[in-house]
Design a binder for this molecule. Structure first.
Ligand code: ZN
Length: 300
């Protein structure tokens, strides 16, 4: 009887994770998840709890435990039933930086960037290498005859925009439709701001999500030109400008935070607010940074 109680107790305690010690966090196993149904949320997942615990530990000044939690969360993310984003992985990098472990931060950042460059999204633990939503190329060929539908592409560059609202053949075997161009098929750095998702399309069964005139084959082979409105083009340009400005500011902030912490504002958010208000302190900071760096960061 005692043996039985001991067994039960061991089982109960093994189901409860220890988030409060380095060893406990490191020993959390990678769970075996069942796929989430529909719009489920991952709040009961251990990698979600780890992220919350990281925030808690950071607040309490235990950066070692906070970092261990995020490290473990990153280890679990690829196996999750939820598609975690690059920014979720990057929290570890930010925590390492704020703990002044810059070399380690660079190493982790490199790892994450490489992983996402290769596979833009992680879906149900499978690596998806193309922009086709949720399916591998093989699935599209086997089940959908190799056909995909592009969307009404508004948030993309001039080149990608030409491929909006068409049916494509991904392997070129269905000669009725144009071959899917690589520029929207794969994620690529030259088009990193272009949102060009593709849906598998069963010809004769599925209806496109956009309206068209005439028949779908002729429509898909219509002349290639950028059909976006002036407003759509402008909003895309603005979006890029904002993203690049934020990235540049982040680079500047990280640089001074690492090299000259005595002049760096407490947080990146604080730096951005200071810059937006163009305060006297901001102007002084720029001058001081230029003097210490020996060059004007924003000039190049
Ligand atoms: Zn593009």
């Amino acid at each position: 009887m005692l043996e039985f109680i001991k067994k039960v107790l061991t089982k109960i305690s093994s189901n409860k994770y220890d988030f409060e010690t380095l060893e406990g966090i490191q020993n959390i196993p990678i769970p075996k998840y069942k796929p989430l149904q529909g719009m489920s949320s991952p709040v009961n997942n251990v990698e979600y709890i780890l992220q919350k615990k990281a925030t808690e530990h950071k607040k309490n000044g235990r950066m070692d435990l906070a970092i261990a939690c995020l490290r473990k969360a990153n280890e679990i993310f690829p196996y999750s039933n939820f598609a975690w984003l690059e920014e979720d992985y990057m929290r570890l990098v930010e925590y390492l930086k704020s703990n002044r472990q810059f070399e380690e931060a660079r190493k982790e950042e490199q790892k994450i960037k490489e992983m996402f460059q290769y596979s833009r999204a992680i879906f149900e633990g499978k690596r998806i290498e193309t922009n086709i939503v949720g399916l591998s190329e093989k699935d599209v060929i086997d089940v959908f005859g190799g056909l995909v539908e592009s969307f009404d592409l508004k948030c993309c560059c001039e080149e990608c925009a030409k491929y909006a609202k068409r049916i494509f053949s991904i392997d070129g075997k269905d000669k009725r439709f144009p071959m899917l161009p690589d520029c929207i098929k794969y994620y690529n750095n030259n088009h990193k701001y272009c949102q060009t998702p593709l849906n598998a399309f069963l010809f004769g069964v599925d209806e496109p999500r956009w309206s068209y005139s005439g028949n779908l084959v002729d429509w898909s082979n219509r002349e290639y030109k950028d059909e976006r409105s002036k407003e759509q083009k402008e909003s895309f340009e603005n979006m890029i400008r904002e993203k690049e400005e934020t990235a540049k500011d982040k680079e500047f902030y990280d640089l001074i935070f690492e090299k000259f912490p005595e002049i760096a504002p407490k947080s990146f958010g604080g730096y951005r607010r200071m810059k937006a208000s163009n305060s006297e302190n901001y102007k002084k900071l720029l001058l001081k940074a230029e003097e210490l760096l020996g060059y004007n960061f924003y000039a190049n």
